[in-house]
Design a protein around this ligand. Structure first.
Ligand code: ZN
Length: 401
């Protein structure tokens, strides 16, 4: 056999093994005969491949199914904790990392305070977090999925530009892969949240969805026909740095008036700090001597307590976001728009402000169809999305709940 034939034979075999694994994963518990029927492979091939998967401890036998006349068939299933993946989310002032099993269950979580670190220092912290997760993993690791804000060339694992982290043309994927000897996939954090929402959300796996992540930054992940849409240069959904009005707060990108300076958690906090010295009687004025002590939590408390200035500020932020979403609705006519991140935790009144502004600005026919809702508020949403991507790319498995 020539080396080309060998290679082709090997590829076919690995393709078939992946097909068998995927079928067992999606339809377990399932017998070898049913796998053969579902895949169109011969029963001998399926038996051989299942044997290899059992030897690799990815698949196990779980008793017998109902007999259809002859001997009751042995059933197979994928071992959920046969392998683990590491999911990392580099966003919102905190690094979150988790060990996730083959069914998307989080086994362990670890965090690191980013504390305003960017550039090299932020890379070192990511590296430290991964090293800790590698050290505590008690199962073989499949690889590492990293979600990070910015324009990401996912195929090459390169962060083209992350405003918040001050990363430009950073080969994050290859760097991590070399240090830890594992496959690495890097994805934009909003796109990762979109994958998680599509996989685990309220209406999983249905058609088109736009997920807007509103935290320290703002970005949208766009799924069209079940697939992430990245645009021509990986920047689809980078709406946070589109200027929407005159503004007096400098954005981290160096300009004024970006959407993020009005509607992100950073923008809201910076505006609240300005207000602290200007509005006597507001709960914010308690911080007049030290406005820098105001955090997102301060705003959440003041909002819940009904503080007028805070409510106005937060709801105006919601309306600014609504203006941007009206543009998305008009551009894509995608009905399901899901909001995730730390800012949607302000809840229904904030959501109403977003919706009102969409209705005020978008074509009524499109605005009426649009269902804008708050999605998964788990802080692990981007971590799960990165893990789901890792499983799809490495094993061909699609998580579903
Ligand atoms: Zn900006």
């Amino acid at each position: 056999m020539s080396s080309v034939q060998k290679a082709t034979h090997g590829q076919t075999r690995s393709f078939n093994a992946s097909l068998v694994l995927r079928t067992i994963y999606d339809r377990s518990p399932i017998s070898r005969a049913e796998v053969a029927r579902a895949t169109g492979l011969t029963r001998t091939s399926v038996s051989d491949l299942a044997g290899e998967l059992i030897e690799a401890r990815l698949v196990e036998e779980v008793g017998r199914g109902p007999s259809t006349g002859g001997k009751a068939p042995i059933l197979l299933r994928v071992v959920a904790d046969a392998r683990l993946v590491i999911g990392i989310d580099v966003a919102d002032g905190e690094l979150r990392g988790a060990l996730v099993d083959l069914r998307g269950e989080i086994r362990q979580t670890r965090t690191r305070e980013l504390g305003g670190r960017d550039g090299e220092a932020a890379v070192r912290l990511v590296d430290e977090l991964i090293a800790e997760l590698v050290a505590i993993a008690d199962r073989p690791l499949l690889g590492i999925g990293v979600a990070t804000p910015g324009v990401i060339d996912s195929d090459a694992g390169i962060v083209r530009w992350s405003v918040h982290l001050d990363w430009r043309d950073l080969p994050l994927g290859p760097m991590i892969a070399e240090r830890h000897g594992l496959p690495v996939h890097v994805v934009n954090d909003s796109q990762s949240a979109a994958l998680a929402e599509f996989t685990f959300g309220l209406h999983p796996g249905r058609g088109n969805v736009v997920v807007v992540k509103v935290g320290r930054g703002i970005g949208a992940g766009i799924i069209v026909g079940g697939r992430l849409f990245g645009g021509d240069g990986h920047g689809a959904g980078e709406i946070g740095h589109t200027t929407i009005a005159e503004g007096d707060i400098a954005c981290r990108c160096g300009r004024f008036g970006c959407l993020e300076t009005f509607a992100s958690s950073r923008g809201l906090v910076l505006r609240a700090r300005q207000l602290a010295t200007r509005i006597p009687g507001s709960l914010l004025s308690r911080f007049a001597d030290d406005p820098s002590a105001i955090t997102l939590e301060t705003l959440q408390d003041a909002f819940a307590a009904g503080d007028l200035a805070t409510r106005q500020l937060v709801l105006e932020g919601g309306r600014s976001l609504g203006a941007a979403i009206a543009g998305i609705v008009g551009m894509l006519d995608i009905e399901r728009i899901v909001l995730v991140g730390t800012v949607p935790a302000f809840g229904d009144e904030w959501l109403d402000a977003v919706r009102d502004e969409v209705h005020r600005r978008a074509l009524p026919m499109l605005a009426e169809r649009a269902r804008i809702e708050i999605g998964l508020l788990s802080p692990d949403v981007a971590v799960l999305g990165a893990s789901a991507l890792m499983l799809t790319r490495e094993l061909g498995l699609s998580l579903a709940r």
